[in-house]
Design a protein around this ligand. Structure first.
Ligand code: TRP
Ligand code: SF4
Length: 325
């Protein structure tokens, strides 16, 4: 079975964008791949090193959501990056063979620095985080990495590092492929990118009442004011969500919106119900997990043990290949 390494920064409870853009795919891939799932807590420090107060709580909440969404920690190890110190060692060795110019050319990093207004103030760790990501992936000799479009340059760098390292020291690492997540990015309730910091999310753990209240505020066609006004579903957030969570009815909603046969209030109520129904199994599993004392902790401890076994093996091959005394 081909192996996958997936990573996500600890951001606390996950939203629908995290789910449709990554987690749902991870859950599916478990059936066909030997999957490892990593909490990228060191990665979180690359941009969040000044405020670490929530790292532990956010990790716990996120892993709870992973398992609630269907990640099976018995089948697929779940672990915390910083608990496997070998990642730091491999990152250091990789950092010897990557030039600063190569890192500065990374379009994903450039975009992130622009977004954060950090162009001139990038830290050493932040500039090198794609190298850390390469270490995460290659430590497990992963053949594939499920990522969104934005992370493809990091997988390309990972492949280059594997090639370079193998050429210098011997054939240790495979060249992993990016497994692109198919579903287009889900927009936030206001039509911007869905993000916690923008306050426009629906959480996968939100109860039905919260979903109803949030969907009420969603951006719709501003020209459709009265129920029977003709609407334009393109650009309507509610319509985009119907496309994902109400596949059975979306084909009918489109003409009904255009002709004015349905109004936004009903359309939103309908969506909120479908959303709450789709998320019900996740919410139930979440409640079951939380009812079992120490469930998440022991899943993480078990994952750590299994991840460490692989990491120790890889690092012993690496140290030999490099001929470290
Ligand atoms: N860099 C990824 C992000 O910011 C998280 C990540 C860290 C990751 N290590 C990884 C993703 C390894 C895939 C594989 O979202
Ligand atoms: Fe959007 Fe539905 Fe209103 Fe049409 S009827 S604009 S799809 S909310």
């Amino acid at each position: 079975m081909a192996r996958i390494l997936s990573g996500m920064r600890p951001t606390g409870r996950l939203h629908l964008g995290n789910y449709t853009g990554a987690l749902e795919n991870w859950v599916r891939l478990q059936a066909s791949h030997d999957s490892y799932h990593m909490v990228a807590d060191w990665h979180a420090l690359t941009t969040g090193y000044e405020d670490t107060a929530l790292l532990r709580e956010d990790t716990r909440e996120m892993v709870t959501d992973w398992i609630a969404a269907g990640i099976d920690p018995v089948k697929s190890p779940v672990f915390i990056q910083s608990h496997i110190r070998e990642h730091a060692e491999l990152h250091l060795l990789f950092s010897m063979v990557v030039t600063k110019a190569r890192l500065e050319r990374n379009p994903a990093l450039k975009e992130q620095l622009r977004d954060l207004g950090l162009d001139e103030n990038v830290t050493y760790g932040h500039l090198g985080y794609p190298v850390l990501q390469a270490a995460d992936i290659l430590m497990y000799k992963a053949n594939a990495v499920p990522v969104g479009e934005d992370q493809v340059p990091h997988v390309e760098l990972t492949r280059e590092i594997a090639r370079r390292f193998n050429a210098l020291y011997g054939p240790i690492f495979p060249e992993p492929e990016a497994l692109l997540t198919k579903f287009a990015r889900l927009v936030g309730l206001d039509g911007n990118r869905m993000s916690k910091s923008l306050g426009n999310t629906i959480l996968i753990s939100d109860p039905p009442e919260a979903i109803q209240a949030k969907v009420k505020t969603a951006y719709t066609d501003p020209k459709k004011i009265r129920k029977n006004d003709p609407g334009h579903p393109e650009g309507c957030v509610v319509f985009a969500y119907h496309g994902k969570f109400n596949e059975a009815e979306v084909a009918q909603i489109e003409p009904d919106c255009r002709s004015g046969a349905i109004g936004c209030v009903d359309c939103k109520k309908n969506l909120a119900t479908k959303l709450a129904d789709s998320l019900a199994p996740l919410r139930e599993r979440r409640a079951q997990i939380l009812a079992q004392d120490g469930f998440v902790e022991s899943a993480l401890a078990d994952g750590e043990r299994r991840a460490r076994a692989v990491a120790e093996q890889t690092m012993s091959e690496v140290r030999d290949a490099v001929r470290l005394p």
